[in-house]
Design a protein. Structure first.
Length: 368
């Protein structure tokens, strides 16, 4: 299957940080004592792999997420699920399955979908042979990337990141561990197999460098602690690749909607709230308890760990004292007072929690 580098047009922001490691020189050491001759041991590229990853980590910007960033919406990164960026009918998910299988994969009759192979989940050591039992983990989760600066990108750059097949960016893992990870950074979650921590930290750093994403101070400290204890053999080797091409979205301008109240004081008073969440019916009921219409611009609805998330501005506003039902699932159909978020299930049948984030940052939640 074809591989291609995705280049996003328009005015470009130079991507100067490559996520590949150039290995040269030694790790250094103490100077020889007087009268002793200095013996220089031969070195190989692998001898410096740990130091190179640490240097790459040191090149990243350390910063907290911008509190003024727009809310995360997964649909802006994967609007139609996994994309087929090279036009060969094989989406990014199935490209990764084919590449990471330990044996040649079996494709369906169309030649577009992987049906079986052999994958060893590096996070747990579990071996899987059916493609339906495997998920693809974004090593740096989409919402974590969003917090780290991806929110500034234009739509094409977001989609390119979500489907980036560079080494260490996407990993085939079992679904349970992917769900347990959610959108957590390494200071909050690491793979269950300690043997994979060094590779995981290296992949995390290289992905953030490739896409010029920031790290928080706790995140950087955890990565440095992990990598400082790694052996060279624990660091994945990486073929040379071009850095990503990043295009920033044009600045957002705010508009005023006559007759609609948008709370901005941070108190949460006058905000739309969640009245109920019905997981089996795939319904979330929002209510406006105030005496004025409230715009949904800046509101975000998401489930636990933000596996599913959406901005609600496309649904307009909610009249005074009125409710709005947000539907999901294959049978969702819009009707007066009911809108469709997406035609797939969002709320888990074994229990979930719906979260509504207001423009002021206050959060209401209801157990589904």
């Amino acid at each position: 299957m074809k591989r291609s580098t995705v280049l996003i047009g328009c005015s470009l922001v130079a991507a100067t940080v490559a996520a590949t490691f150039q290995f040269a020189g030694g790790l250094g050491g103490d100077a020889p004592a007087a009268g002793e001759s200095e013996v220089t041991a031969p070195t190989s590229p692998a001898d410096d792999s740990v130091r190179d990853v640490l240097d790459l980590l040191g090149s990243l910007t350390v910063a907290d997420p911008d509190p003024a960033r727009p809310a995360y919406d997964r649909d802006t990164y994967q609007p139609d699920g996994w994309a087929d960026l090279d036009g060969d009918c094989i989406s990014g998910r199935h490209e990764v399955l084919a590449t990471q299988s330990r044996i040649p994969v079996v494709m369906d009759p169309s030649g577009c979908f992987v049906e079986s192979g052999s994958w060893t989940d590096p996070y747990t050591g579990t071996v899987v042979t059916q493609a339906t039992d495997i998920t693809i983990d974004h090593v740096v989760p989409l919402s974590a990337a969003h917090r780290a600066g991806a929110w500034r990108w234009d739509p094409e750059t977001k989609i390119a990141f979500a489907n980036d097949e560079a080494p260490g960016v996407l990993v085939a893992v079992v679904g349970s561990v992917n769900q347990a990870k959610g959108d957590m950074t390494p200071d909050r979650w690491l793979p269950p197999r300690r043997e994979h921590h060094c590779a995981y930290a290296s992949n995390w750093v290289s992905t953030k460098a490739r896409w010029q994403l920031s790290v928080t101070a706790p995140e950087a400290a955890t990565l440095e602690q992990i990598l400082s204890s790694c052996a060279p053999a624990d660091i994945p080797s990486r073929p040379a690749s071009e850095p990503s091409v990043i295009v920033l979205a044009p600045p957002v301008t705010s508009t005023t909607i006559g007759g609609v109240v948008v709370p901005v004081d941070g108190s949460g008073v006058g905000d739309v709230r969640i009245a109920q969440c019905q997981r089996r019916e795939e319904r979330v009921v929002l209510v406006n308890p105030t005496a004025a219409s409230i715009s949904l611009v800046g509101y975000e609805l998401h489930d636990e760990e933000s596996r599913h998330s959406t901005l609600l501005d496309r649904f307009g506003s909610i009249d005074a004292g009125a409710t709005l039902v947000v539907l999901t699932g294959e049978e969702a159909v819009e009707s007066p007072g009911e809108v469709v978020w997406k035609p797939q299930n969002v709320w888990n049948n074994d229990g979930d929690t719906a979260f509504l984030v207001t423009p002021s940052g206050s959060v209401s939640s209801v157990r589904c």
